[in-house]
Design a binder for this molecule. Sequence first.
Ligand code: FHN
Length: 449
Amino acid sequence: MRMMTTRRNTGGFARLCIAGLLCCFLSLFSVAQDYAFSLPDYRPAPANLAQREKFRDMKFGLFIHWGIYSSLGDGEWVMFNRKIPYANYRRLAGFFNPQRFDAKEWVRLAKDAGMKYITITARHHDGFSMFKTAASPYNIVDATPYAKDPLKELAEEAQREGIELHLYYSLLDWGRADYGFGRPIANGAPAGTDWLSYIGFMKTQLTELLSNYPGVKAVWFDGHWERPDVDWHYGELYALIHKLHPEVMIGNNHHRSPLSGEDFQLFEKDLPGENKTGYSKDAAITSLPLETCETMNNSWGFNINDRNYKSVKEIVQLLVGAAGRNANFLLNVGPMPDGRIQPEFADTLALVGRWMQRNGESIYGTRAAVPPQDWGVVTAKDKRLFVHLLKGTGQPFIFIPGIRQKIVSAFLFGQDRPVRYRQQAEGVFVYLDGTDGNEPDTIVQLNCK
Ligand code: FHN
């Protein structure tokens, strides 16, 4: 049933206060609707709320975009961008044979980088399933000479190593007839297709993914933006997931504020509030767990000609910037068609991991302490504040507004070197005294009473 969202004009201070309180209360259980179709109210299960907190603590994850498109070395949109007819594109499956894929290596790479979870594309917009599915023969086990299920191996290895698994799942499908890519939308469905058959197909696959692969803790939807006016039957999809596994978190990269039934909020190539890419301009930041995803060069899927690699400094600063905005940082690699991860990525991740070994204490399990500042961010854990100075201010001190806790001492993080500070009602001055040259992040630890 179609139901447009309405905006009520509440006048008067009292009514505003009541509305404000109500919003705060409701945000504990559900979030604002920004979608034309009705969704049932959602009350997350206790296990789901616990999973959200665990997720917030993890801070750093590995995103993996891998599919038959990798063979062409031109990103995951290659079929669309190069206008390859679907019938021709499907031939890629016939020679996709990632003999060098090693789940142990991928999990070790993530772990050594300091990452706590992996989010992998189970199925991207090309519609090819990178897992064994009974819903379509167009999958890695049935359609490729490889004939094995790498997702199974990855899930088992991740579980053994204590790394969480999250699954990317595309709503958009460029090839299936029942999706009808390019068709006009009428009454919430693409004209002239069997839309309910497509919804049923997704339900079957989601059931498989959540039943046959151990340790899955989140489903990461993408592609909504291609059809913002279609009825995705989210009520049914989300209820199915939460019924199978109440703790599994649902995120949807629709570039809007989360809908009822969603458990975390995604930001693509944007730290929350920055909106540099423009994707998130309509997305108010909610109190749900947040996650920012980013690429290591400029591509998600393997791109043989993309050499715009981010430096270790850039990546560490993005990770720290995310933590200081209460967001996890999901950093992407696009493995090569043979299953290996290119050395440029592996080398950088190893160095990021070395930084995390020394400084992870100021990141894992923290929450943002104050809004981001021009010079950096502040994270908090227990009775400690970690001041992350990411860029110079041209002044011999920085000022942290709004610190109410009484500071009792200040040190350069990981060293015994004391740092001078002065606290007053409005906040804290921290005097740098030449300590601020530590690339990529000078960390000052403030101990509170
Ligand atoms: O189109 C996709 C893209 O290929 C990639 O998967 C990213 C990851 O956030 N999301 C979509 C674009 O919003």
